[in-house]
Design a protein around this ligand. Structure first.
Ligand code: S3P
Length: 450
């Protein structure tokens, strides 16, 4: 993949395709599969750097995997992972979590209760992200975690596992990563561990624990898990990632007369606020068909319209936290004002996404006001091409590739290798969209059988 995207405006978008597997679910499938009591076939795994790092982390802890089918040039799409019946072994070397907060935080939860010491490290972005949010509850459970980063409270993490005591933890931030870290540690604690979230966050960990026959209890926003359960091996098909679909949904929403169908995408209600927001902005959601096998999955059909601004509700923020960069692009294309507040968490993602979104939108001619916890976008100003830096953040690279589809002249997005952390094949799909008249086969990503 070249290291930049060059994008020009399109006037038409008629397409039907599916996006790669869900990132959150792929991490969890690798972890629970590796902990389980047998071999699990995982299909449509996301072969991205983030998820392959988690898969390899599980391998270094003893849970080997075999690749059945891989995305050419990337990682496995279909694989069999051999679970270790809850008994992991000490890794021979520090574990690389790359760019992934999810990988590092979930693995820290898992490792807190192991009878050995593990070091987790990541790239420069991950080494600047707050880890206190997990070291505090895991420390309360009895693990000793040293944060060895240059920045206080940051990775590398040296995790001295211990026999864990259960806790009732009131999470100060609405984070599915923190909830999941505590629940995974709870699997290794002696008794019932509970975690209470201040607002609903994505519930893939709870659902996947149920698929692996680990029982959890849910009362309002509190989830409890009883320690000592070994996940029962099961097969899992990962639905498409709605956060990846979001880029194309926004592109289609903003072109009146367009029609886009995204097939087999995850429609978990803790992830679908993006569909509600685009409907509120004026796009027509013609069909959202789904069925549930542990996780809801379905086809989304969207028709574009003249968009108008909207206000994001505070309770929607955790549900669409990863989609905010591309929602901000939709807002710039819409008539009227869009208000995004209560989203301070954006400042501690792969980049400070409030600053990177605001600066890049301004560079393309949009009117944006920055707040500590969000932004206000006065939509409708024509966008012009510019040279945009992703700052190494995959969602910034992709969101601004979408902005380029609506800008005069050419938009150059620099530093785009980072999209491989969540959406291998994005460049291929962008090319197919840019052609305007594309056939369904143009979206197929090349796989190789092993
Ligand atoms: C994720 C949770 C979210 C999200 C991230 C994936 C997960 O982070 O931003 O991309 O898989 O649990 P927080 O829960 O920390 O907000």
């Amino acid at each position: 993949m070249s290291s930049e995207f060059r994008v020009k405006a399109i006037t038409r978008l008629h397409a039907e395709f599916s996006v790669p597997g869900d990132k959150s679910m792929s991490h969890r499938a690798a972890i629970l599969g590796g902990l389980s009591n047998g071999s699990c076939t995982i299909r449509n795994f996301l072969p991205s750097e983030d998820c392959v790092n988690t898969l390899n982390a599980m391998k270094s802890l003893g849970a080997n995997y075999e690749v059945l089918e891989a995305l050419e040039g990337y990682g496995p799409v279909d694989l069999v992972i051999h679970g270790q019946s809850g008994k992991l072994s000490a890794p021979a070397a520090p574990i690389d979590c790359g760019n992934s907060g999810t990988g590092m935080r979930l693995l820290a939860g898992l490792l807190a209760g192991q009878p050995f010491t593990t070091e987790l490290f990541g790239d420069a972005s991950l080494s600047g992200r707050p880890m206190g949010r997990i070291t505090v509850p895991l420390g309360q459970m009895g693990a000793n975690i040293e944060t060895k980063g240059e920045k206080p409270g940051c990775a590398p993490l040296l995790i001295h596992g211990a026999k864990l005591t259960p806790i009732d933890y009131d999470m100060p931030v609405a984070s599915a990563q923190v909830k999941s870290a505590v629940l995974l540690a709870g699997l290794f604690a002696d008794g019932t561990t509970s975690v209470t979230q201040p607002a609903e966050t994505r519930d893939h960990t709870e659902r996947m624990l149920t698929s692996f026959r680990v029982s959890t209890k849910h009362e309002g926003n509190t989830i409890s898990i009883y320690g000592g359960q070994v996940p029962e091996a099961t097969d899992f098909i990962v639905p498409g990632d709605i956060s990846s679909a979001a880029f194309w949904l926004v592109a289609a929403a903003a072109i009146p007369g367009s029609r886009l169908v995204i097939k087999n995408v995850g429609l978990n209600p803790t992830r679908t606020a993006i569909l509600k927001v685009l409907s509120r902005m004026g796009a027509h959601m013609i069909d959202v068909l789904h069925e549930t096998h542990g996780e809801p999955i379905g086809n989304v059909e969207i028709h574009g319209a003249e968009l108008h601004g909207t206000t994001i509700f505070p309770e929607e923020v955790p549900n669409l936290i990863d989609e905010i960069p591309v929602i901000a692009v939709a807002a710039a294309l819409a008539e009227g004002r869009t208000i995004i507040r209560n989203a301070k968490e954006l400042r501690v993602k792969e980049t400070d996404r409030i600053t990177t979104v605001v600066d890049n939108l301004r560079a393309m001619g949009a009117n944006v006001t920055e707040f500590e916890d969000g932004m206000e976008i006065e939509g409708g100003a024509p966008l012009h091409g510019a040279t945009i830096d992703s700052f190494g953040d995959h969602r910034i690279a992709m969101a601004f590739a979408i902005a380029g589809l609506f800008a005069s002249g050419e938009t150059v997005i620099r530093n785009v290798e980072c999209v491989n952390t969540s959406y291998p094949g994005f460049a291929h799909h962008l090319d197919a969209i840019r052609r305007e008249k594309s056939a369904p086969e143009d979206f197929n990503l090349p796989t190789v059988s092993k």
